[in-house]
Design a binder for this molecule. Structure first.
Ligand code: GLN
Length: 480
């Protein structure tokens, strides 16, 4: 049988179409690998073996009948536990949803299903996607395949680790402040956050509704684009969705500006300075204050996101669904005890911050100010985009950190310094592998941000950079 390790979508499609491997064999290959290696990596929460094999059989039937198959047909993938998956447990990494099995699937899962992609597992994440390391999962932390003592990043840590460890060909994640890009960077894979609204949030557990985006984690920008084009587009069930703009976003003469940021940035920056070409011309920006201040962005992000969280998480009240405290005497006690018992510390913290920021006496001082800061940041980015098509930065300030090494919540928040801009402004952004941190041997990422609606241009630039560099082909050397 052909070598099935680290296949791209197009390679797997080729093998399936030419019957060098059956969908069943391919699916079984990944499931066996998960069973063998997941006890060390802990990226996967549940394997959907029966469902996956049944789906694979349908692809194989089609092939046996001489029919052609679509690009994603028979392609095994994993999904973050934020997505409703009919008949398969969906916990959002929280104990409050421990035994919750949804009766329907998120629109994106349905679209992938219709395209014939095979969901083989649900993967770990920070509880309700609150975090940057996957250590906030109520179940267990996930490890980084490049170094098991390090975090995979978060909150889509299970998605990034599962792609980096080759537990599936791609994964679906969510990004509210960096949760696709940051773990992609830490795990040496490609992660794309689309323009806000281009991908449906229907059936996705809500974190902060004006920030949440769904996107792919994959081995390359090319693979990310294949998945993105399937899941993008207007959805009547999510009124915030818009059609993907396919207006010409070609690659002729791209003007890019690169902003450096501290230590790891220097390494990414020296790689970037070698890139100038006829296609992408790169200027170096002075400093990040051009973005409207990085500190302002982080503060605004955490006030606004916590506010939206405190509103969205009201629904977990011990009555409507999910876990419920057993020994409560009345309704009020049910609320208190259920949340006290089943929400983790970070989720409680954000609920408290958000409720405080939205309360009558503090609304103007915090929520309103943060909204104003959001506007300033959006305008600052618009200004940069007047003269540049693309903004480049390192994705993170460094490579993945050691498990357990960041215990102060604010220090953890600071790891999002470079990713929150794209969510505050609703613009598309991708992280592609772009170097190895000399001190730790861990992967580093380059973030590419574009104008709102220019998702395809961002993907095109990423794809172009991946044709002239080979960082994305490097895989973890760890023998799991
Ligand atoms: N790390 C950020 C946070 O904790 C981002 C989370 C996310 O994008 N879901 O809010």
């Amino acid at each position: 049988m052909a070598n099935l390790n680290y296949l791209s979508i197009t390679e797997a499609h080729q093998l399936l179409s030419t019957k060098q491997v059956s969908a069943k064999e391919l699916t079984q290959f990944y499931i066996d690998k998960i069973r063998r290696l997941n006890p060390k990596l802990r990226a996967v929460l549940v394997v959907c073996e029966a469902q996956a094999l049944e789906q694979a059989q349908q692809t194989d039937k089609k092939l046996a009948n001489g029919l052609s198959i679509g690009m994603l047909e028979g392609i095994p993938y994993t999904a973050k536990d934020m997505f409703m998956t009919r008949g398969v447990q969906t916990t959002a990494g929280s104990k409050i949803l421990e035994n919750y099995t949804p009766p329907y699937s998120a629109s994106v899962i349905q679209k992938l299903d219709t395209a014939g992609a095979i969901m083989i597992a649900k993967v770990n994440q920070d509880e309700f996607a609150h975090g940057g390391s996957t250590e906030n999962s109520s179940y267990h932390a996930t490890h980084n395949p490049w170094d098991l003592d390090r975090v995979p990043g978060g909150s889509s840590g299970g998605s990034a680790a599962s792609v980096a460890a080759d537990f599936g060909i791609f994964s679906l994640g969510t990004d509210t402040g960096g949760s696709i890009r940051q773990p992609a960077s830490y795990c040496g894979v490609t992660g794309f956050k689309p323009t806000y609204g281009v991908v449906s949030r229907y059936g996705v557990v809500a974190m902060a509704s004006s920030f949440d985006c769904v996107g792919p984690v994959a081995r390359s920008a090319q693979d990310a684009q294949i998945v993105f084009e399937i899941i993008a587009g207007k959805d009547p069930r999510d009124s915030t969705t818009i059609e993907l703009s396919t207006a010409s976003q070609g690659l002729s003469r791209i003007n890019a500006i690169f902003y450096d940021a501290e230590a790891a940035g220097r390494q990414v920056s020296s790689a970037v300075s070698e890139l100038n070409s006829d296609i992408v011309s790169i200027k170096i920006g002075n400093d990040l204050t051009a973005f409207g201040s990085t500190e302002l962005a982080l503060a605004a992000y955490y006030v606004l996101v916590s506010s939206e969280i405190s509103s969205n998480l009201e629904r977990y009240d011990g009555v409507r669904y999910g876990s419920s405290a057993k020994d409560a005497d009345d309704l009020i006690q049910t609320y208190f005890k259920t949340r006290g018992e089943f929400f983790g510390p970070e989720v409680k913290r954000r609920n408290i911050i958000g409720t405080y920021a939205l309360s009558a006496g503090y609304y103007d001082a915090y929520y309103k100010k943060a909204m104003q800061a959001r506007t300033i940041i959006k305008k600052s980015l618009d200004k940069i985009f007047e003269h540049n098509d693309i903004i480049l930065t390192p994705t993170t300030l460094g490579g993945a950190f050691k498990l357990g090494s960041i215990t102060d919540p604010v220090e953890m928040y600071q790891t999002d310094l470079l990713t929150v801009f794209a969510n505050l402004a609703g613009i598309p952004a991708i992280s592609i592998p772009f170097g190895i941190e000399l001190s730790s041997g861990m992967p580093l990422g380059l973030q590419i941000m574009g104008k709102q609606g220019n998702d395809l241009q961002v993907l095109n630039v990423a794809n172009y950079l991946q044709t002239i560099t080979n960082w994305h082909t490097k895989v973890s050397e760890l023998k799991l």
